[in-house]
Design a protein around this ligand. Structure first.
Ligand SMILES: Nc1ncnc2c1ncn2[C@@H]1O[C@H](COP(=O)(O)OP(=O)(O)OP(=O)(O)O)[C@@H](O)[C@H]1O
Length: 224
């Protein structure tokens, strides 16, 4: 699904922040990406949805080599990836339901109201459908962000520190949804520095843990 062979990346053509990364993201698997703050987790996720392109090495996403992809190809590729950002932005003047449906309207697709209602129910936000985003709690915001990330039925879901500002109960509630997505067949990659979260999730789902250390990627051992 995502293949990296000796991939390196440096911002603005500068020195490589990440080097010699070799990765094969397995379809249908749950993956964690961990590493200290500033190690490059967000950068790696951005490479995975072609928001950044490698400085060196070979990388393919959904079987397509990123070298030589045009703007339209990249747009098509990104539609197959749902992203929950670290700092989720909403349009505060629009209700939560419309914010969640935004990827449909932006891509010119009709909103199936029944499907939207089901999706809001799944993330336990039915009661907040007409509310404005600023009135949501942190956990509710992240669940709305997850709903928006999956409304186009992506094959791959990337979540960047999705539980960063949440208490344990809210974090686990969000993890539960990510695990359900994975059990429904989606490939999931969650970046987090929270090892307790990884341990708790691993009790429920078979997950591969990737770790960034020393500017490159490693497969973490079982001793997390
Ligand atoms: N747009 C950018 N331009 C230049 N440097 C950047 C840019 N974005 C991030 N960096 C730098 O790249 C390094 C890795 O950042 P990144 O956000 O990928 O790390 P992270 O592991 O996700 O950190 P955190 O856990 O704190 O979110 C940091 O030193 C950061 O300052």
């Amino acid at each position: 699904m995502i293949e990296m062979q000796d991939v390196g990346f440096g911002y603005h053509g500068g020195a490589e922040l990440l080097s010699n990364m070799t990765l094969s993201l397995q379809p249908g698997m749950f993956h964690f990406l961990t590493g200290p703050s500033g190690s490059g987790k967000t950068t790696l996720l951005r490479l995975c949805y072609a928001d950044l392109l490698p400085s060196s090495g070979r990388m393919s996403v959904f079987g397509q080599d990123l070298r030589g992809l045009g703007r339209d190809d990249i747009a098509m590729l990104r539609r197959r990836v749902g992203v929950v950002h670290q700092d989720t932005q909403f349009l505060d003047h629009l209700p939560v339901a419309e914010n969640v449906a935004l990827p449909l309207s932006v891509s010119g697709q009709a909103v199936d109201m029944d499907a939207l209602r089901d999706l809001l129910g799944w993330v336990q936000l039915s009661a907040h459908a007409r509310a404005r985003p600023p009135s949501l709690s942190g956990g509710e915001r992240q669940r709305a962000a997850l709903a928006r990330a999956v409304i186009l039925s992506p094959d791959l879901v990337l979540a960047d520190e999705p539980t960063g500002n949440l208490d344990w109960e809210m974090s686990m509630r969000l993890m539960q949804l990510l695990i359900e997505l994975n059990k429904s067949g989606k490939t999931v990659l969650v970046a987090t520095h929270d090892l307790n979260l990884i341990r708790a999730a691993k009790a429920q789902v078979a997950a591969r843990v990737l770790r960034i250390a020393g500017g490159t990627l490693h497969l973490a051992g079982a001793d997390l």
